[in-house]
Ligand binder design. Structure first.
Ligand code: FES
Ligand code: FES
Length: 158
């Protein structure tokens, strides 16, 4: 398809990119905007490594055409920090619990957890595992990620 100008709002900044409108958002974020938090895992909307927040909701981006998100606010991992570069409580908690092993799934885990805590500020363990099951972690560090989400929920409540 012919290239077009697309307006994107990512992490509070406006961007104009010139791409084929059917290009998956993941490629535009990584290749055009240099935002490498979202990762390519399966390319099939199955693993969660490419998640971002789209209008506050976790969405996979590996098959999402960039034309579908024009002028809709997108937040990537890099956009979760505060204005002074401080980490989001979920990011802090993942570090504190030493939850990451290889780290490949961490983008998806953090985006999923942030989205969960927005909807459900004090989730049960079952609610956390249910949501976290949408992100594949080949290193099997799920228990630590659950603890990290519980820790973050406690921090955000204070
Ligand atoms: S790369 Fe998008 S869900 Fe796996
Ligand atoms: S920490 Fe390696 S895939 Fe999850």
């Amino acid at each position: 398809m012919e290239q077009q100008q697309i307006q994107l709002t990512v992490n509070g900044d406006d961007h104009t990119v010139r791409v084929d409108p059917s290009t998956p958002l993941l490629y535009v974020l990584r290749n055009e905007l240099g935002l490498n938090g979202p990762k390519y895992g399966c390319g099939l909307q199955q693993c969660g490594s490419c998640l971002v927040l789209l209008e506050g909701t976790a969405r996979t981006t590996c098959q999402l055409p960039v034309s579908a998100v024009e002028d809709r606010p997108i937040t990537t991992l890099a956009g979760l920090s505060d204005d002074n570069g401080g980490l989001h409580p979920v990011q802090e908690a993942v570090v504190e619990e030493q939850a990451a092993q290889c780290g490949y799934c961490v983008n998806g885990v953090i985006i999923t957890a942030v989205s969960l805590l927005e909807d459900t500020p004090n989730p049960s363990r079952a609610e956390i595992t249910d949501r976290m099951n949408q992100v594949l972690c080949r290193c099997g560090t799920h228990a630590r990620f659950v603890r990290a989400v519980q820790r973050a929920a406690g921090e955000m409540e204070d």
